[in-house]
Design a protein around this ligand. Structure first.
Ligand code: MN3
Length: 247
């Protein structure tokens, strides 16, 4: 499963994200023509690539189920609602929408970002026993940029802890092809034209309270530290390789 995902991701930085709706179209054989048209552009909530309790004890099953089935679903619904009013954007890849959110209604920034960020987040994680370690060119780049993997984690954790209110911490490949750590508020991400630091995300951690409050209460720093135990380093390494290859 992990190798399959990593191989698939190697083709494109975002090919592993379950953001598109081809499967839904293929299944809509009993829908009316109008409903088939709708299904072609509507985004859907994909199942997690693991069970809700797979990330325990780092992230509890209750948090995962609420976060995926309620919070993420809300972003998918909000994005689809925004698209209903914008036929010109129906069928546009989400990354293209995010790259021009400054020109679009706020719902695209909030719900489009929310959908992209969460789909990316779920695929960034795996069971603690399967987490692995950074490999190849990615591991070399981390050491060259930060001095060590521990120092990269420390800077990432500081970015997450320092993000006032809700938001995300990111490890990205920036426009110069270098690794960089950044943070964004709310559901913004480094793909957006409104982001202060833009680039291709390699890892992102959700620092909204809904991501950690059941287990960690107000201790965001403890959550950030523990989260590395469930990072899927095979996926991150494949994303890095794709990003520096220009995909
Ligand atoms: Mn969230």
């Amino acid at each position: 499963m992990i190798l399959t995902d990593a191989t698939r991701l190697a083709g494109s930085a975002f090919a592993g994200l379950a953001l598109f709706t081809a499967a839904a179209c293929a299944e809509s054989t009993v829908a009316t023509e109008h409903e088939e048209d709708a299904a072609m552009w509507r985004f859907e909530l994909a199942p997690l690539p693991y069970a809700y309790d797979a990330l325990e004890p780092v992230i509890d099953a209750e948090t995962m189920e609420l976060h995926h089935s309620r919070h993420h679903q809300t972003y998918v619904n909000g994005l689809n609602s925004a698209l209903e009013a914008r036929e010109d954007l129906q069928g546009t890849p989400l990354e293209e929408i995010l790259a021009r959110v400054s020109d679009l209604p706020t719902a695209f920034r909030n719900h489009g970002g929310g959908h992209w960020n969460h789909a990316f987040f779920w695929e960034s994680m795996t069971a603690p026993a399967d987490s692995g370690a950074p490999s190849g060119a990615f591991a070399e780049a981390i050491n060259a940029t930060f001095g060590s993997i521990d120092e990269m984690k420390s800077q990432f954790n500081s970015a997450g802890a320092g993000q006032f209110g809700s938001g995300w911490a990111w490890l990205i490949v920036n426009g110069d092809g270098e690794l960089e750590i950044t943070a964004t508020p709310n559901q913004d991400n480094p793909l957006m034209d409104v982001a202060g630091t833009r680039g291709t995300p390699i890892l992102g951690n959700d620092v909204w309270e809904h991501a950690y409050y059941v287990t960690y209460r107000n201790r965001r720093a403890d959550y950030l530290e523990a989260w590395w135990q469930v990072v899927n380093w095979d996926v991150a390494s494949a994303r890095y390789d794709a990003a520096v290859a220009g995909n």
